[in-house]
Write a protein that binds this ligand. Structure first.
Ligand SMILES: Cc1cc2nc3c(=O)[nH]c(=O)nc-3n(C[C@H](O)[C@H](O)[C@H](O)COP(=O)(O)OP(=O)(O)OC[C@H]3O[C@@H](n4cnc5c(N)ncnc54)[C@H](O)[C@@H]3O)c2cc1C
Length: 441
């Protein structure tokens, strides 16, 4: 018997949900439509909120669909099953001189999850989203048909499934383009950034010269220091005279839930202050391995437990760039005045490369992502205030990071949602989807 009840979480550990679990083992398996319950695929649960939950209904666990199908070492085209993780791909392709075209800030996500959220990374300003590199995939719908989808075949399902939040069917395998690299290192520079104005200057200056850019900022800094942080930029390293040693594989695992006193406004302020002042010189250049460059948080396993039993919210929005007068200034002011933001926030400029998915989140502008410990109503009210700014400025909030946006917000952020809804598989749904398509006053 392949089904049983179990508790599967999202990364923010809020909300809680209970599911009927069904494990997919082979791409030839069928989808369990006979339970009469709605179905949702589940990868590694690295989505922060309820877009990977399906409370009271079926979760299709995809991690056993973990086989590599083909790697063309000349063209860098990889085909693998949808449950293969980015970590597994890296362990095979890096030594052969290839890298992921786009990677999120953790390698513990599945390829199916990367497609379903059309994930973005530090190279969005020049390279766009993951979906842009997808050549084709097979989609199993509840009618039992396996649809081959590409930009030219079943094009509508292709566009609906990229960034489609797992609602259009089960992705069985994906074929996508890798990029060539010389070695697993990056030529990186970290620059102290005194405030938001300097962030804008550094972003502009780095746009052409650096493939990867991102800033970690202290979201509690105020006044003239608003937006201060560390700006990180880098390119894949060319031929190295001397290779630094690779980082150790060891991971610190947070064994239990942290007590809530660890995360109060004083400890967070102190952490942010120390992080900013950790770098003594204004600029540091170094050769770094791709693991600490792309995946610094992966070194701490289960770090989400630091937020304790009540979990946390992540908030990621994109708003128009508009240089110094960007609405991001008001958003940061609102957060710093509240004193509720958590450890470092991530700030990054998105470029203008169009995302292929109907519901893809990234668009040209500036994106901010940060965590908020779940303090109940206060936190929800603050996030709603941020939503008001984002809504008024034609921005959007990332569904993969969300557990609370209202139906009205979602429908404003994603005006093509009704066009998308036509492709939702009649047997598929999620906790997120039921929440955001609810009619609103
Ligand atoms: C530390 C950290 C850093 C992150 N950084 C970034 C970042 O920089 N950029 C970014 O874009 N995201 C980022 N994320 C979010 C993460 O990349 C996405 O949520 C990703 O989709 C998670 O993949 P997963 O395999 O865990 O999928 P899950 O979270 O389990 O599921 C995600 C969605 O994919 C669907 N899905 C999964 N498998 C399939 C399948 N086979 N067929 C159809 N649908 C499927 C699910 O139904 C769900 O809607 C980060 C997350 C963490 C925890």
């Amino acid at each position: 018997m392949n089904q049983y009840s179990a508790s599967y979480e999202c990364w923010g550990r809020f909300p809680k949900a209970s599911h009927i679990i069904h494990r997919m083992r082979w791409i030839t398996d069928t989808i369990p439509v006979d339970t009469g319950q709605k179905i949702l695929p589940y990868g590694l649960g690295r989505s922060y909120g309820d877009s990977c939950l399906n409370d009271g209904a079926v979760l299709l666990i995809t991690t056993a669909l973990n086989r590599f199908i083909a790697l063309d070492n000349t063209s860098g085209i990889l085909r693998c099953e949808a449950g293969v993780t980015l970590a597994e791909i890296l362990s095979v392709v890096v030594a052969r001189g290839w890298f992921l075209p786009v990677t999120p800030g953790t390698k513990f996500v599945t390829v199916g999850g990367a497609v379903a959220n059309d994930v973005h990374g530090k190279n969005h300003h020049g390279d766009g989203t993951f979906g842009r590199y997808v050549k084709n995939f097979a989609l199993l719908r509840s009618d039992g048909i396996r649809y081959l989808c590409s930009p030219t075949q079943n094009q509508d399902l292709f566009q609906a499934t990229i960034g489609g939040l797992g609602l259009t069917g089960l992705i069985l395998w994906v074929e996508f383009q890798l990029i060539p690299i010389h070695n697993p290192f990056l030529d990186a520079e970290t620059v102290q950034c005194k405030n938001l104005s300097q962030f804008f200057e550094l972003s502009q200056e780095s746009e052409e010269k650096y493939q990867y850019t991102v800033a970690w900022i202290d979201c509690l800094a105020r006044g003239r220091s608003l937006g201060r942080g560390i700006f990180i930029r880098g390119n894949h390293a060319h031929h190295l005279e001397k290779r630094p040693p690779p980082p150790s594989d060891s991971q610190i695992i947070i064994p239990v839930e942290a007590p809530s006193f660890l995360l109060n406004r004083f400890s967070i302020r102190a952490f942010n202050f120390l992080y900013y002042h950790k770098q003594r010189s204004p600029r540091v250049s170094q050769i770094v391995h791709l693991d600490p460059f792309f995946y610094p948080l992966d070194a701490i396993g289960k770090w989400n437990r630091l937020y304790g039993r009540r979990g946390f919210f992540q908030y990621q929005c994109v708003v128009p760039y508009e240089g110094q007068s960007s609405p991001i200034r008001r958003i940061l002011e609102t957060i710093s005045q509240s004193g509720m933001g958590s450890f470092l926030a991530v700030l990054k400029v998105f470029g203008d490369k169009p995302s292929p998915g109907i519901l893809s989140f990234p668009k040209k502008g500036i994106t901010l992502a940060l965590d908020f410990p779940n303090q109940g109503r206060d936190t929800l009210e603050l996030l709603e205030r941020l939503d008001q700014i984002v809504r008024a400025n034609n921005g959007a909030v990332y569904p993969a990071k969300d557990a609370r946006m209202s139906a009205a917000s979602f429908q404003t952020y994603f005006p093509r949602w009704q066009e998308f809804a036509k492709y939702v598989d009649p047997h598929f749904s999620s906790s997120f989807w039921r929440r955001v398509i609810a009619p609103h006053a």
